[in-house]
Design a protein around this ligand. Structure first.
Ligand SMILES: [Zn+2]
Length: 300
């Protein structure tokens, strides 16, 4: 689906589930650049969707928002499949984990559980010549279109947001929110860093994007500034809610989560939309845990 002059939104449909993971293809006059690939398990869907728009063999860059399996897990397999011209751009801290994904895989099993990690698929290793670190505020010129990388830690230390010009769309991965039908909640599983995440959203706001497109799921309906401000407010709202309960002596995050769902209709709505997908079941709860552990100062 074309969402602006140069940007296409692609639903990679992991395990056949729609509206779970979006990736974005940016088509310039000279080259194309794909922002995220989704997990390895949805590679075939991605490939056939790409073929409808471009010749995948001519894809010059795969730019990753971060290396979590649901965003970059399929990147190395896509490069292996399409041949030698494609380069993966990633936060400098992510480079070694693409070349040798064994630590990334161990972490994924720890965080997601073996079953969900296996469903998403184990990333394949790749030779170092295919992977390049991307600097904060680095521009990638693909001919008539410039994609600017902004380092945005918080969700993960290796998170990058991309701003596409002249379209002026920010492709924000998991740095801003999970967003469905106008509702949103933070994407903040442990080891989330609340203050860093808020600062990162400020960095995006400073770019004044007209629109924001998230990974889960799609182009936001509101203006860029509106959605970014709302996402910040929601993180602060959750943080305040959790702190309030902890001060009252409620320490059990399960209990705090249940109380949150009673008052937070937006989050409840998103939980209902996503709960039948095995890859994302419990995502909102994990997001609450990330802010809880960050502010209560416990190490998970
Ligand atoms: Zn994600």
């Amino acid at each position: 689906m074309k969402i602006s002059s140069h940007v296409y939104q692609i639903d990679v449909k992991p395990l056949g589930y729609e509206r779970q993971i979006a990736v974005y293809l940016v088509v310039g006059d000279d080259y194309s650049l794909l922002i995220d690939t989704g997990p390895r398990c949805s590679l075939e869907t991605l490939y056939s969707e790409l073929e409808k728009i471009i010749d995948p063999k001519e894809l010059k860059y795969i730019a990753l928002t971060h290396i979590h399996l649901d965003h970059g897990g399929g990147a190395t397999s896509l490069v292996r499949r399409i041949g030698t011209n494609t380069r993966i751009l990633v936060h400098p801290r992510g480079v070694k984990h693409l070349i040798d994904p064994s630590k990334l895989w161990d972490a994924a099993i720890r965080v997601l559980g073996r079953e969900v990690a296996e469903l998403q698929g184990r990333p394949e290793p790749i030779s170092s010549e295919y992977v390049k670190g991307i600097d904060d505020y680095e521009n990638i010129d693909i001919g008539g279109v410039v994609v600017k990388a902004i380092h945005t830690p918080g969700h993960a230390p290796h998170h990058v947001v991309y701003i596409v010009h002249p379209d002026n769309i920010a492709v924000t991965g998991d740095a801003v929110a999970t967003y469905y039908d106008g509702r949103l909640h933070p994407v903040s599983p442990p080891p989330f860093k609340t203050e860093l995440a808020l600062k990162s959203i400020d960095k995006i706001i400073a770019e004044k994007p007209d629109k924001v497109a998230v990974s889960h799921f799609g182009l936001a309906l509101e203006s860029g500034i509106q959605i970014l401000e709302r996402a910040k407010r929601k993180i602060i709202e959750w943080k305040n809610f959790i702190e309030e309960q902890v001060r009252k002596g409620i320490q059990d995050p399960d209990k705090i989560y249940k109380m949150l769902l009673e008052v937070d209709e937006e989050t409840m709505y998103i939980v209902k939309v996503r709960e039948n997908n095995p890859l994302f079941r419990g995502s909102a709860y994990k997001s609450l845990l990330g802010i809880y552990y960050d502010i209560v100062g416990k190490v998970k």
